[in-house]
Ligand binder design. Structure first.
Ligand SMILES: [Zn+2]
Length: 163
């Protein structure tokens, strides 16, 4: 049967998620079918399920929390582990701030995960620029409506690339 496991990463335009897919390709080779199936869902789709859980329904221990799983890493929503922290950026409407967990569930820093279906965009939470660029370019989502002249400029640029 032909392998098509990496197609969900193919059109991700971000440097950061490319790096994730590159660094994990080799390590997945020996994984069981079950594990591959579990990880095949896009992070955006997993986020949809995880966000449906209310904080009051979470298990007591971080070990037992439902987690977002990529080939390389494990994440939980930041609001689950840092309950006082809040973000006000518009990118929160299209994704979620998460904490990357190490092998012993230690906090390895915050990231922003794209919440669009079939998407695997993951960006550092240090600034919103990576996430903003991703939402603009890949999903045509903008903080404010895209200015008319920007739209025509981009269309012109795209047609050059296609040629
Ligand atoms: Zn995305």
């Amino acid at each position: 049967m032909p392998q098509s496991t990496h197609s969900d990463f193919g059109d991700t335009a971000s440097v950061s998620s490319d790096a994730i897919s590159l660094s994990t390709t080799a390590s997945t080779a020996g994984n069981s079918l079950l594990s591959r199936l579990r990880k095949a869902r896009s992070i955006g789709d997993q986020l949809h399920d995880v966000k449906a859980i209310s904080i009051s329904d979470l298990p007591a221990e971080l070990d037992d929390f439902p987690k977002l799983q990529t080939r390389a890493s494990t994440y939980v929503p930041e609001e689950w582990v840092h309950r006082g922290r809040s973000h006000t950026s518009w990118i929160c409407f299209h994704g979620c701030y998460v904490v990357k967990l190490g092998p012993a569930n230690q906090d390895q820093g915050s990231f922003w995960i794209c919440g669009e279906k079939q998407c695997d965009g993951i960006y550092s939470a240090d600034s919103t620029s990576g996430a903003t660029k991703h939402l603009n370019k890949k999903h045509r989502l903008f903080e404010k409506e895209e200015p008319e002249d920007e739209q025509s400029k981009k269309r012109a640029k795209q047609s050059v690339i296609i040629l």
